[in-house]
Design a binder for this molecule. Sequence first.
Ligand code: FPP
Length: 234
Amino acid sequence: MNRQLDLTNIPRHVAIIMDGNGRWAKERGQMRLQGHLAGLESLREIVRHSQRLGVEYLTVYAFSTENWKRPADEVAGIFKLVIKYVNSELKELCENNVRVGILGDWSAIPQDSRDSLRVLLDSTKDNDGLRFNIAINYGGRAEITRAVNRLMSEGRTNVTEDDISGSLYTAGMPDPDVIIRTSGENRLSNFLIWQAAYSEIVLTDVYWPDFTPAEYEKCIMEYQRRDRRFGGHK
Ligand code: FPP
């Protein structure tokens, strides 16, 4: 662990936009799916490292509502990787007391991936360690729209910010303290747009498959250098 890391100021909730798998693969003359496969290895290490650091909530953007625009074979390949991930990680996640959650409308994803995720959710539901959220077929605007519709279906005509927060997929969780995006892109891309109101955004040029625990610590150190005022002042 990096000695400059302040273990008394670890973000409670880290959210990550795992970007750059395609470019990582292209630079190696490989298929895009090879990049996603390598990205899965990074994910495994970052989940482990989040536990070591004492992060309470880790949320990753695995598949956005816009990702359906990709070629069908890439989309199918990503969902196969979800199954592969569950098969290889289920035991360790259970042993390590990780509780998995899904953000997004995952009813739309292929049945075999859904079945696999269902097993993952059911097997980890009683755990109370790291809360690991996987955003799948997730979009922030769709999430807010869904929340408003749910409130309206309860007959509400006037809602508060807390009502909306409490109707999002992240109900009951703290907002992310930091959102990390890899691969040099500078956008939120519809990720947790409501919850990101006061999140620190940390960007790194590293492609997701190259995002090691050491890179992760660098991002957290960058977060720790920020002066979070939440609209107030000192
Ligand atoms: C972004 O890279 C990556 C994705 C859209 C997919 C990431 C998905 C996984 C690693 C598998 C998810 C599985 C689980 C269980 C979470 P990109 O393809 O946009 O890269 P590029 O910008 O370089 O093209």
